[in-house]
Design a protein around this ligand. Sequence first.
Ligand code: C2E
Ligand code: CA
Ligand code: CA
Length: 583
Amino acid sequence: MKNAEQARLYALEQLNLLDTPPSESFDRLTRMASQLFDLPIAAVSLTDADRQWFKSRVGVDHREIPREKAPCADVSASAEVVVIPDLLASSCYRDSHLARTGIRFYAGAPLTTREGHTLGAMCVLGQAPREVTEQERAALVDLAAMVMAQIELQHAFGRVDPLTGMANRGQFDEDLQDLALDAPDERRAALFTEVVEASQLSALHRTMGPAFLDELTRVSAQCLQQAIGHDSQLYYLGSCQFVHLMAADSDAGLIDHALSLREHLMALESARQVPVLVRPVVGIASFRLGETTASDILRSAHAASLDARQMGKDAGVFSTELDERFQRRSMLLSDVDRALERDDEFYLVFQPRVCVATGACQGAEALLRWRHPVLGEVSPAEFIPLIENTPMARSLTAWVVRRAVRQAAHWHEQGKQLRISINVSATNLEETDFAERVLAELHQARLPADAIELEVTESALIGKGQAAASQLHALIAAGIRIAIDDFGTGYSSLSYLHEIPANIVKIDRCFITHLGEDARTRTLVSSMIGMAHALGYRVVAEGVESETALACLDTLGCNEVQGFLLAKPLLPSAFEAWLAGQA
Ligand code: C2E
Ligand code: CA
Ligand code: CA
């Protein structure tokens, strides 16, 4: 007998029904029972170890009553329909909890699983004594069967994760659809909680094994469920990833809520319940019921959590703007190789560099352009930083060097005395064959080495170690000039300048554009030029947009200028026309 009860309780536990939030699929059946009997109270009542817990109820506020002297417990024990026409007339129930709360009538039909375990009862209750017709009894049995079918359906259709026993994404999907029917157009928020960062998860999987992750997920789920309250459904999405729904609120309100959930989870770690570093992040997506699919909601909330994590925040609200930026970034990154292959999306423009003293154009900077088939013209200021630290920097710079060298050779053959400068990323200098390949391009195009110049930023020159330095030395030894680009924005410490094998300093445009407008900037630029000259560099000012700035640079002894005042970056044909105009 004891064993049978244990098996029954185990079966009940396995179904993961106890202490789960109300669900419309059960409530519908409970309402039908109450209507059928024309009684105010009906419930789907499950018999736990020492309580009757209501999965669904109409007409009662509380969610459970003691098991002792509860008629539903009798239904469970006997697995038969129990009808008590008048509790006060029954020696057994006269002093029961129900009778004390004014209940007189009870009828309950057993909720029996396929395996023969009775989980509880589908019951109706009334405040007046009453009899039950054969038809009513049959209807109650039918409703109980429908409740069981519903329970089995949920499991059969994979709405419950078999490992954690939690409602899963399938259930989330269905509940959202139900909600959209009940409260169309109402606003809600989905909170996606990731307890441990995905990358850390795989490390944990490797060191601790999957069983550990299951346990971590289980403990986290318990903790979160406690934090959100037992009336809210928590859905399991994957290892340490959960989602739940909330009433709509302001962004600030939602963030506050998310942060308090996070506090709860952090307590797991301090309580040493988990031996790993927990860094939960909550992503929030607000939406209108019926307007967005479950999949879109989950994607948005997940994206919000990723963005928050990336920005070092603990919680974040989904931002279309951030998301679009991310989508755009991934699109650009994934399209570089294809664009290089197609060869008609990237192209170079050339911006003249003019000698301040003579006004003659002595060279031009090759600047990369991307005409993307979907996004249109994309600025290098946007895509270069994305690519710079990936292996694509190698092939992209190789493309630029080849094109620029060929263009330079073409102009060289026409007798134009131009030095073409090419921008190089820090990672390029870490390629052990970089100098070799540049020199091979020059050789192939039959262009002398002093007809090109490489622009490298300060940060690319500093702290890159011996490998980068040896590339630079090889390039210089071959006669190629090196320019320090964006000078003044990086370290710009005097101590390292003399160590850098370079010939030219290009003062960043942030110092030049407003030059002549205030004394401070003038002093800064003046001392940069003085210092660079003292160390033997030629000085180029970039971003010259006004006559005022140009005049000032002339006074300060700057050697060359580049900027919109003289010319914008131009296509080769336009560059040639501009050059002809200068002469
Ligand atoms: P940068 O090397 O500092 O290039 C100068 C940038 O300033 C260019 O922007 C140019 O169009 C712009 N500019 C020129 N004159 C003026 C002016 O008078 N006023 C203002 N406000 N801007 C001016 P662009 O072409 O958009 O290039 C942006 C950055 O992208 C470049 O900055 C460089 O860091 C990078 N980049 C461009 N082409 C390449 C390339 O082929 N390889 C690599 N590695 N980086 C490149
Ligand atoms: Ca440059
Ligand atoms: Ca620059």
